[in-house]
Each structure stands twice: as structure tokens, then as C-alpha cells.
Design a protein around this ligand. Sequence first.
Ligand SMILES: Nc1ncnc2c1ncn2[C@@H]1O[C@H](COP(=O)(O)OP(=O)(O)OP(=O)(O)O)[C@@H](O)[C@H]1O
Ligand SMILES: [Mg+2]
Length: 296
Amino acid sequence: MSEGNGSARGGRGGGSAGEAAAAASRLTARDLTLAYEDRTVVDGLDLDIPHGAVTVVVGPNACGKSTLLRALGRLLKPRRGAVLLDGTDLARLPTRMIARSVGLLPQSPVAPEAITVADLVSRGRQPHQHWWQQWSEADERAVAEAMDRTDVTQLADRAVDELSGGQRQRVWIAMALAQETDLLLLDEPTTYLDIAHQVEVLDLIRQLNHDRGRTVVAVLHDLNQAARYADHLVAMKQGRVVAQGRPTAVVTAHLVRDVFGLESVVVPDPVTGSPLVVPGRPWQAPGTAAAAPGSE
Ligand SMILES: Nc1ncnc2c1ncn2[C@@H]1O[C@H](COP(=O)(O)OP(=O)(O)OP(=O)(O)O)[C@@H](O)[C@H]1O
Ligand SMILES: [Mg+2]
């Protein structure tokens, strides 16, 4: 599959904020090369994140998704090339300014020991505070709203390290939301969540995009959720973008085979019409008769 397969346009055709997506990109990667010591993970990658749209990055384990996201959030310095925010190299922008524009939820964040939920979420407000005013009503409102939207208000006084994996994940999302940035980078935000909370978080992402025009980049492993929620889907393999565009253009049986090495059938999602990837038959013991659908 060639790079740039499918349309590069965002937009779901339904009047969402994603429609303006193709118009501009505030966050772009140019000739981005990322490495850990002598191991190059991403090599010469060019990527435009459509402004005001939801971009979802998919790809197999270790293909470089988290590495890319960290570079987009300036947690990782490029070996070559640059990430540009509104045309300026991130490396040349003050940290505080980036923190007010770009929020990043890493894949495995680590909380300070014994910190409470309310205190951790409040840390999302640090980029907005000044020496003359440590805490404002706006901070209070942003934290309360973020906790409400992620369903963690009732956990406010609990210690983060005593929570379940899913509760903790929602607290981290709350912290990223409390930062109130126009750009939100979320690395596997649905990890550890039960199916209802997964849908809740993904719906929340769409709401933030629709109501507030937030630009979101999320890494997801579930291809079907990616196809449902993305305006713009980016498929990566071995540090390269192998396809990007609208999910209907990107998610094909050919792509799933090429990127994941998995045989599948792609059918329309019965609820949304977006591509639904149905993996091939599960392994069966030799000689076992395969039951046809509906024959039991
Ligand atoms: N801190 C690090 N030091 C050295 N190598 C690293 C580091 N972080 C990641 N890598 C390597 O870089 C490659 C890409 O890792 P990355 O975390 O970006 O993958 P990923 O696509 O996010 O995978 P996953 O789906 O498992 O989260 C892997 O080979 C990994 O071993
Ligand atoms: Mg990762």
C-alpha cells in the first residue's frame, strides 16, 4: 500500500468540526526521524494533523506510535527533522506555551506516590498558573468539569495508586482534559477500560471535538473503534505511514493483511456503516468440522 493512500481529508460529512479538517494543520511533522540511542524507530516521516478533527493512529506493537506521539508533544527530541506547531519548530517554543496548546496523555503515565485523584487532576492546570495567582476559579471549574466528564468525581479523595486500572486511566484522561488545550494527544486512552467506559471516553473525544473544536490525536488498538471515531485514520508500520485518510478509504482487508499480517473480512458496521474488521476463523484442531454461521 502506498503512502498517502485514500483521501487526506478529514471530516465525516455530517457537519462536525471535522469538516474543516483539511483546511489547515496546526501540528505537522517534517522529515521526522526519531531514535533511541542507535536504534532508529521513525525515519523521515511527514505528517499533517488535520486541524479541528479527530485523528486516530493505528499499527502493530512496536511500530512507533507512542514514539511519534511523544515527539508531537515534545517529550522526545527529534534526531532529524522537526515537529511544527503553527509553523514554528517545537524546539524553539517555550515549554509553557506548548503546555497550554498541546496536552499529552502518555501510554503508561506514572503518578507521584500517594497523590490523590483531585490533586493529580489539578496538576493539569499548572501551565495556566502564575506566580501571582496559584489557583483561580477558572482552574476550579476546569478540574471539576474534567472530573465530571470522566466520571471520577466520586474518587476525588482517593489515592491514585489504590485505584483499579480503569479508574486510574480515567483520572489521567481527566488531568489531560483539565489542561484545556486545543490539541490533545492521547496514547491508548481506552486501555484498561471496560467496554462501556471505552465507548464513553471515545464519545467524549467526539464531543470535545464537536463542541469545542478540539484537535485530537489518539492511538487506538481496536481497528473497529478507530474506524468509527476517526475523521482521519493513520496506519503505521515499522515507523512509516503506510496509509492515511478517511476510515472507509483506509480500512480494507488488504491493509489489515499488509499492516497486521491478519486475514480478515471487512464489512460495513451495522450501526454506523464504517468499516468493521472481522478476523478470519479462529484456530481449530485438525479434523474438527467448522460450524457454519447459524448452523448451531
Ligand atoms: N525508551 C526507549 N528506549 C529504547 N527503545 C525504546 C524506548 N521506547 C520505545 N522503544 C522502542 O521503539 C520501538 C517503538 O516503540 P513504541 O513504544 O513507539 O511502539 P508502539 O507502536 O507505541 O507500540 P505499542 O503498540 O506496543 O504501544 C520499539 O522497538 C521499542 O522497543
Ligand atoms: Mg505505544
